[in-house]
Write a protein that binds this ligand. Structure first.
Ligand code: PRP
Ligand code: MN
Ligand code: MG
Length: 177
């Protein structure tokens, strides 16, 4: 029995997840053909998604990692977003695609867009695996979206609860939350 089975139920299975990631990668491959694309993997949550997506995109993408934190281990956004790790290169003039695991209140993405726009990229777009529109506190335009979900506390495939459960291969829901 897996370590999480008592606490976590399946919301989106590994098969459904991987199929959707491949579809998004195909769309991105078409849209960015001939362009020099940089994926901005937003740590830590989007690590699993961004890496799978990168593997399925049939273009010579570059990868950058940007660490931000707003939940600080809890189940509610603090609303205060902090950069914990910055990208390794200047972003000016580059085609940037921000990769997120989830847009919940939208405050993290709003911060990311403002922060990266100020670095004058050639283009700036948003890709998120999950969107939880019921909790939105700011409107964010999403260019690539995996799934829209209800107001559930989800874990797995990068998403954590108190820093654990990220390494579950599907999107799960906490049974007693
Ligand atoms: C989570 C998630 C998104 C953000 C979404 O990150 O990975 O980045 O919150 O929430 P919002 O739309 O309400 O801002 P978190 O701050 O928990 O850091 P982590 O990715 O390291 O888990
Ligand atoms: Mn995150
Ligand atoms: Mg988190």
């Amino acid at each position: 029995m897996a370590f999480y089975e008592q606490e976590v139920g399946v919301l989106i299975s590994e098969d459904k997840l991987q199929a959707r990631v491949r579809e998004l990668a195909a769309e991105i491959t078409r849209d960015y053909a001939g362009k020099d694309l940089t994926l901005i993997c937003v740590l830590k949550g989007s690590a699993f998604f961004a890496i799978d997506l990168a593997k399925y995109i049939d273009l010579p993408v570059k990868l950058e990692f940007l660490g931000v934190s707003s939940y600080q281990g809890g189940t509610e956004s603090t609303g205060e977003v902090r950069i914990t790790t910055d990208v390794s290169k200047p972003m000016a003039g580059k085609h940037l695609l921000i990769i997120e695991d989830i847009i919940d209140t939208g405050l993290t993405m709003q911060f990311l867009l403002e922060n990266l726009r100020a670095r004058h990229p050639a283009s700036l777009k948003v890709c998120t695996l999950l969107e939880k529109p019921s909790r939105a506190r700011t409107k964010v335009d999403i260019d690539y979206k995996g799934f829209v979900i209800d107001d559930l506390f989800v874990v797995g495939y990068g998403l954590d609860f108190g820093e654990v459960y990220r390494n579950i291969p599907f999107i799960g829901v906490m049974k007693n939350k």
